[in-house]
Design a binder for this molecule. Sequence first.
Ligand code: 48F
Length: 262
Amino acid sequence: MDKLDEVDISRIILCTYHERLLDRLASDVVIVGAGPSGLVAAFFLAKSGIKVTVLEKRLSPGGGIWGGGMAMNVAVVQDEVVPLLEEFGIRCQLMRNGLHAVDSIELAAVLCGKVLQAGASVLNLMTVEDLCLHHDRVTGVVVNRSGVFPSLPVDPIMFSAKAVVDATGHEAVLVQSLRKRRLLSPHTVSEVGEGPMNATEGESFVVDRAAEVFPGLWVSGMSVSAAFGGPRMGPIFGGMLLSGKRIAQSIATQLGPSPSSE
Ligand code: 48F
């Protein structure tokens, strides 16, 4: 092997990353949170030619998938989710009463790979602090490096988008950011957050209610329950995946065909 130049290695990282970052300062869609709902949404949006950027605060994208239930790396899904898993090439095993077991690590790893191959960009260690608002419309997100925010007094930067998705799970960070400023109508959005566990109702709830909650801001996955006061549903992942697909279809319809290429 030829002598390796350490500065060259560092230069490649810097140049490649900064080129990617520059390109992603303006996207059609920014998805905040790379859990199951955010990743599935990113996949379907990217597949339809939409420029989509996923911002994830942790080192590893995948959100709650890795831990399965109580740190046992098995994810459970329902019958109706099997065609979606097949589309991704993710294996599952029918266990009982229409419930299937999926290896959490396969689920997270394959989703991440497919999202990137579909053309979405995933930037990890990015903590979204807040939203940008212009003329009563969400126009982007305020982002800092994870580890920097909130412990150091360092200003964030902005990423703009025509649509922003709050896929931050139970935290519903962006919904809370609007709620604390009383920008969300108390009649449409619950002040109390998630209700107690009810898997049947909760799973349908996150799919049926995945929607735009404020001009330019959409919710998917557990953020839907947190936003509208739906039940939490425990360690079952079908609703999360279907919720991501639904939000992608709704956003794609609103944005129209391949907006970036116009
Ligand atoms: O929590 P998470 O997996 O959300 P989800 O897609 O799925 C929920 C299930 O995992 C599980 C469940 C099953 O029924 O209830 O909880 O709704 O993924 C949310 C992702 O958002 C990231 C977080 O690290 C995780 O990967 N996230 C949270 N806050 C921020 C963020 C933030 N401020 N900035 C960037 N990413």
